[in-house]
Design a protein around this ligand. Structure first.
Ligand code: SAM
Length: 237
């Protein structure tokens, strides 16, 4: 009988071989080129929060991770909320959003603290940010931890700011026990008055429930915006 380690190695080798398929390589090269061009355009905009939807769509396509990355509507809302934010920003789940927000934050002297549970993805994101010389972001590796009633990131609280004025929630992944709910109990003491929370993926019943629960527990307001893949905007009192 074959050991589980052997099966895993075979599956990984299979994935690596499939990734080397010439059509896949050509697609990755095309997307990489499209992403660099779209990023150049984005960085040239006088106000990154006014990026046209068509440019955001090209950035999403070029980033090449449509199943996981934020969509243009959420990216646009995040950029506009970042422009309006008065203080530090917490992001849960890094990716394309982190890069775009980092460009705007770097220009406006704001800072984004992006929690990432996956160590490999955190390293890749840090490399991407260094390569593009993006100044406004700190990728914080925070593995998931069991809090009892839910699991959520285990952030190094001593390294994080005392107050956040904006929280962008696009992680942890949906199969985490309790989903994204843990943000409120784990970070409540760090949310300033009037703090704005954006929660992505409101097409999912779990996220709709979490948005309503956060608003109830905070005594704040909750508004659902966007169509297709909407997001919630929750405002603390
Ligand atoms: C919904 S994604 C966050 C997406 C991010 N806000 C963006 O705009 O790209 C949540 C998590 O999925 C993981 N993830 C995203 N893209 C990934 C990829 N291409 N490979 C592996 N993990 C990925 C990361 O751990 C991330 O924190």
């Amino acid at each position: 009988m074959r050991r589980p380690g052997f099966r895993l190695a075979r599956r990984r080798a299979g994935r690596a071989v499939r990734a080397l398929h010439p059509l896949k390589i050509a697609d990755a090269v095309r997307r990489g080129f499209a992403f660099r061009r779209a990023m150049d355009e984005f960085e040239r905009l006088p106000d990154a929060a006014e990026a046209p939807e068509e440019l955001l769509a090209r950035l999403v396509h070029g980033w090449g991770n449509e199943l996981m990355s934020a969509m243009p509507g959420y990216l646009d809302a995040s950029l506009k909320e970042l422009r309006a934010a008065r203080g530090d920003v917490l992001e849960c789940g890094s990716g394309l959003s982190t890069i775009l927000l980092g460009v705007l934050a770097g220009r406006t002297g704001k800072r984004i603290w992006s929690l990432e549970h996956d160590g490999r993805w955190a390293r890749r994101m840090r490399a991407e940010i260094r390569r593009r010389d993006i100044r406004g972001v700190e990728i914080v590796h925070a593995p998931l931890r069991d809090y009892g009633a839910f699991s959520w990131y285990d952030p190094p609280l001593e390294r994080l700011p005392a107050r956040f004025s904006l929280v962008l929630c696009d992680g942890p992944p949906g199969d985490t026990p309790g989903g994204r709910y843990g943000m409120l109990p784990a970070m409540r003491g760090r949310l300033g008055g009037g703090c704005v929370i954006l929660l992505d993926d409101l097409h999912r019943p779990a996220e709709r429930e979490i948005a309503a629960r956060w608003a109830r527990e905070l005594g704040g307001t909750c508004e659902v915006r966007g169509t297709g893949k909407p997001h919630a905007v929750i405002v603390a009192p």
